[in-house]
Design a protein around this ligand. Structure first.
Ligand code: SF4
Ligand code: SF4
Ligand code: SF4
Length: 272
């Protein structure tokens, strides 16, 4: 049962959020939404703990497709960063803001960049591309994320300034924004031979995710006494994390998406 401690804990956390929000707002949506997401994450991480092959993909598609198709396309909620700015500036503390607070701002203190490894609908598609391990050195263009972050805020401020900040406009921005993310993400993955190039250099959400995940409770620990420096973990890591060090200051520490690929290849079980 010990190996199922984290899946049970994750499900319990989502259930507490689901019930608390339901009771606080009287809105049944919160109960169903967070119970569904918690179930996907709980079952997926239990499958992963049991060594099942496509456990992470199960969660990625279970949560990612639900958010993109149901919440985004059917319910017309803009869950991208522009939607977050829009709801925040409108003073609406609704699903969009809650989503950011839980998954991308405060949640990472607990589960790091679990969102990126298991729930993101952009990465859900990018991870299907053939460059699962980066085939070249990391580029020094990570500053682009700050430009995209600033542009997203400026765009929404301009919409408010010109009186165009409506739900309909935000839905159109959601459609165009997603399409753009997929096109840029796929082209960049092909150009750099790296499925996660978009995550490393462009994605504006990492401006929230990276600093918060530095302090994450859930993280891959390395027993440096056990490590034989074979380098296998470094070869398979899609995010170039120096995972054979235990320090929070290891290279690209805040890039870890908790995919657990490194743990699977470690011959001496030094990674936990
Ligand atoms: S970095 Fe951005 S695009 Fe990549 S998985 Fe995380 S949220 Fe999704
Ligand atoms: S391979 Fe290991 S260090 Fe790299 S992202 Fe996955 S869990 Fe993190
Ligand atoms: S795979 Fe294990 S033994 Fe090899 S370098 Fe990584 S942590 Fe060390």
């Amino acid at each position: 049962m010990k190996k199922y401690k984290t899946p049970i804990l994750l499900f319990a956390i989502f259930e507490i959020i689901a019930i608390s929000l339901w009771l606080a707002t009287g809105n049944l949506f919160f109960l169903l939404n967070f119970t569904y997401i918690g179930l996907c994450i709980g079952v997926g991480s239990a499958l992963q703990a049991a060594g099942k092959k496509y456990a992470r993909e199960f969660v990625q598609f279970g949560v990612g497709a639900y958010m993109l198709v149901f919440l985004g396309l059917i319910c017309r909620e803009n869950m991208q960063i522009e939607g977050f700015w829009y709801y925040l500036l409108s003073g609406v503390f609704g699903a969009g803001v809650l989503h950011y607070l839980i998954a991308k701002i405060f949640g990472p203190l607990l589960f790091g960049r679990g969102w990126c490894g298991y729930c993101c609908w952009t990465a859900m598609i990018l991870d299907l591309l053939p460059y699962k391990q980066p085939q070249g050195p990391r580029k020094k263009i990570g500053y682009i994320r700050y430009i995209v972050f600033a542009l997203s805020l400026i765009l929404v401020l301009l919409l408010f300034h010109f009186g165009k900040a409506t739900k309909q406009t935000m839905f159109m921005i959601f459609l165009v924004g997603n399409l753009l993310y997929y096109v840029v993400g796929i082209l960049l993955a092909i150009a750099f031979k790296d499925n996660r190039a978009f995550c490393k250099y462009i994605c504006p959400i990492t401006v929230f995710l990276k600093p918060m995940s530095y302090y994450s409770w859930l993280r891959v620990r390395c027993d440096e006494e056990k490590c034989i420096q074979c380098g296998k973990c470094l070869e398979v890591c899609p995010m170039d994390v120096e995972v054979n060090k235990d320090s929070r200051d290891r290279i690209n520490a805040t890039e870890c998406i908790l995919c657990n690929k490194c743990k699977k290849v470690c011959p001496v079980k030094a990674l936990k």
